[in-house]
Design a protein around this ligand. Sequence first.
Ligand SMILES: *Cc1c(COP(=O)(O)O)cnc(C)c1O
Length: 444
Amino acid sequence: MTKLALLGGESTRFPDRSQDELFRWPIVTKEDEEAVLDVVRNNRYSGTDITTKFQDEFAKWIGRKYAICYSSGTMSLSAAMFAVGLGVGDEIICTTKTYWASISQAINFGASAVFCNIDDNLSMDPADLERCISPRTKAIMVVHYCSYPADMDAIMAIAKKHNLMVIEDVSHAHGTLYKGRKVGTFGDVAAMSMMSGKAFAAGELGTLVTDNRKIYERAMAYAHYERNNAAFITESEDLKPYYHIALGGVKGRANQVCSALALGQLKYYDERTEEIDRAMNYFWDQLEGLPGIRPIRPKKGEGSTMGGWYNAQGQYHPEELHGLPVGRFCEAVRAQGFGGCWDGANFCLHNHEFFKTFDLYHLGKPSRIAYNDHDVRLDDQYLKPSESRFCFSIPWFKKFDQEMIDAYAACYRTVIENHEQLIEKKEDDEQGGRWYGMENHAKK
Ligand SMILES: *Cc1c(COP(=O)(O)O)cnc(C)c1O
């Protein structure tokens, strides 16, 4: 028995060398610097040529006809909602455990967010999806959460049966494959963040992709005032009276500095994420078979992958560890040597006051249900299962460095193998989490 570092024992020994390369992201080369300097030196921030070049290359890379860039992922997801025709009184279904910008924009369209439960892998649970559907349901927002591909076969079958639009939020999952095909190519439209913290990191940027010309034109009209004209809107007669003014009432196009960065990142994305994939899979292989924890990664042999492994998580099953609370487990891993181990990922959105009470329209009721009856599908009692899908974060390796990865894996293994030292009394488990980013680890 090894005394855990949290209780005064020794922490895990790491190889005595720099870990900068192991975690550095994004990788920025001279080529990237030159591309950015070209924009700055020649005052090209507001043009569109670099953006259109990136859009063409990105569409080809992901396997869709059209791509449009925006100032952020949030804006690209707004454009997707507008593009599928989300409007007053409509409902849009999204999982409760995700970053707020997957679904918060629904209130800008007078639509209601309806929350669906997650499964063990923190993805949309297709078994809970039909509960969420009503005659008002317009669309499903599928998030490929923490890089794991959602079960698109099951979700698309249900969408087809009920004639619903499908939007994919690919912000966590650039390059993730579902049965051999890139996520973002299953739904009617996909949109994603490419901000600096994501796997595909290009400053502040969002990108929407689709094969559908009408969706493309509406998405363009939403926030791209300069391209809202006859050169781009060729088939949508209904949009023609509105040329030159952005239909969302907002400006949301990308700037050329970020598009230049995106071009450079795209060029090397596959080769860089291949190394991430190798390192992350190796890490999980070292922990295979231990009680209490399971990898969140697709089964081998189905052709599914984890793309860039953004914010990768593990499942946590306290009942296999004498009820050790997940927060305490993470605390012990941090003491053992990996300071980035935290529980919970994002809090469940249905618990945030934004969705419970915020009254944007001054109608005297929550905007989430401003134009809808408060019926059973909006009721949070169904979402308890999502709150007790326990998870914890793992290191995000960018390089395959076997010795170093072994040391990180040892931090987790040591805690699991000696977890009984941490059992004081039976506690009810409640995990932490955060509304955004990596800060704010407080319990609710
Ligand atoms: C980051 C993120 C967004 C929003 O993207 P921004 O570029 O930050 O606006 C949307 N959805 C998910 C799941 C995200 O993680």
